[in-house]
Design a protein around this ligand. Structure first.
Ligand code: MN
Length: 387
């Protein structure tokens, strides 16, 4: 029997929560994957350890200050070392021997490498959602032009993708589940005194700081509605959100005959990551199995739009479309960073996002240049409101 050839992968953002878990999947299936490229933003020590373990052809550290340390550590090995975001985009444009790129960076800065990967015909497993929020229409258009598959990694979108396998009939609704974040039951008084530590302490998922804050404001769920819209080509009016604190149902799709197909599992990101990496195969994974009798109940609730203005702004931005989601994302990235640094309060995040959205000039079907320009303008504007 012929040995199946290994899937050659690049992991952009290998030291973050998703990247680390992706490498845990690879570690279990070393015979299936050949890690070619690893990139990190700042965590050069972990990047070096990963490089020594997985022996990629190339590693890239975004923060150029760390280049010398990475270079020295990897000098005895046949591993090329580059620095800077532009090197990630270059690697995506030029290395031919990559079958799948996992984008697991944080924020809008992932857009350029994502576009470069698609343009050079590499399949993309998308965990980095901000580029899809800001430029989803363009990303999907380019992917279609270059016959590139886009595989979802976000647990909700993986659930929808799994529910759609073998389906050819139209989707009636997409129902995204949300754990509700750490403040699902918080009183208005408690919301007044949200600290960074409380905001990043998510009840169900252990994640990076940026996405944890987005989960606390429910902006993350708004982003995921926009992400779902583009990934699955559904009308904004056909996407719903339901709070489901147990995080067992990861999302659902309803069809015109009234059937609803849900994907369920213990909450563990290795499952959607592994599914994206091994698709269309399902491989064994050692996560706890659901015992329904023990679980006793799955509960659901309507999200409280009034307490979580970021969610209602995201729904509005999704409907307006054009550059509005890009502007919203830019303002949100600046505001969340300021919150994490302790420069603004939690409740100022939606205020700044609202101002950022209002500042954007409306462009219905923006080019990539217009997306980058909007991002830059709204970032500068939002920063000026904080200083
Ligand atoms: Mn998610």
């Amino acid at each position: 029997m012929k040995q199946p050839s290994k899937k050659r992968i690049a992991i952009l953002g290998s030291t973050g929560s998703i990247g680390v878990q992706a490498l845990a999947v690879v570690r279990e299936y070393r015979n299936l994957f050949d890690v070619r490229i690893l990139t990190a933003n700042n965590n050069w020590e972990l990047l070096v350890r990963q490089a020594l373990e997985f022996k990629p052809q190339c590693v890239i550290i975004s923060n150029k200050e760390h280049y010398d340390k990475v270079f020295e550590a990897l000098d005895p090995y046949e591993i090329s070392v580059f620095a800077g975001n532009e090197s990630i985009t270059d690697a995506m444009s030029h290395s031919d021997e990559i079958d799948l790129v996992l984008t697991a960076m944080v924020g809008f800065s992932g857009l350029e490498p994502t576009i470069a990967a698609i343009r050079s015909g590499k399949a993309v497993a998308i965990a980095n959602k901000e580029p899809v929020v800001a430029a989803g229409r363009l990303i999907m258009k380019l992917a279609a032009e270059h016959s590139v598959s886009i595989l979802p990694v976000d647990s909700e979108h993986s659930a929808i993708f799994q529910a759609l396998q073998g389906e050819h009939s139209p989707i009636e609704n997409i129902i995204l589940t949300a754990s509700g974040g750490p403040f699902f039951k918080a009183t208005p008084e408690q919301m007044e005194n949200v600290t960074v530590a409380k905001a990043i302490n998510h009840p169900r998922w252990k994640m990076g700081a940026k996405i944890s804050v987005d989960s606390a404001t429910l902006m993350n769920k708004g982003f995921e509605m926009i992400e779902a819209r583009w990934l699955f080509g559904v009308d904004p009016d056909d996407i719903r959100v339901v709070i489901h604190p147990q995080s067992i149902i990861h999302s659902m799709v309803s069809f015109t005959d009234g059937s609803i197909i849900a994907q369920m599992s213990s909450p563990d990101m290795r499952l959607p990551i592994q599914y994206a990496l091994t698709y269309p195969e399902r491989l064994p994974l050692d996560i706890p199995r659901i015992n329904f009798a023990q679980l006793a109940q799955l509960t659901f609730a309507e999200p409280d739009i009034n307490r979580f203005p970021c969610l209602s702004m995201a729904i509005e931005a999704m409907k307006i479309s054009g550059v509005t989601p890009c502007a919203m994302n830019a303002a949100n990235e600046v505001a969340v960073e300021a919150f994490i640094q302790g420069r603004i309060g939690f409740k100022e995040i939606p205020t700044l996002v609202e101002k950022g959205i209002a500042r954007a000039e409306h462009i219905t079907d923006p080019t990539l240049e217009e997306i980058f320009m909007t991002d830059k303008t709204i970032r500068e504007y939002t920063s000026s409101l904080i200083r």
